[in-house]
Write a protein that binds this ligand. Structure first.
Ligand SMILES: [Ca+2]
Ligand SMILES: [Ca+2]
Length: 63
């Protein structure tokens, strides 16, 4: 089982595509217009390595 929010592109799998999507907004923090809370998995108002680590930890998991 995976947490649906971590499957960014909603294809039922956590893989490199999800990591890539989060990587695109890497370093973006609130209130930047590029900030997207969907990618801020630990809700610290910043999209950084910690958020990527959450996805990476579940890499390869599928529904
Ligand atoms: Ca996915
Ligand atoms: Ca974060």
């Amino acid at each position: 089982m995976i947490v649906p929010e971590w499957d960014v592109n909603i294809d039922g799998r956590i893989d490199i595509k999800d990591v890539a999507q989060v990587s695109k907004v890497f370093g973006v923090s609130h209130p930047s217009p590029r900030y997207n809370s969907d990618f801020d998995f630990n809700s610290d108002s910043r999209i950084d390595i910690k958020d990527i680590a959450i996805v990476a930890k579940n890499f390869g998991e599928s529904h």
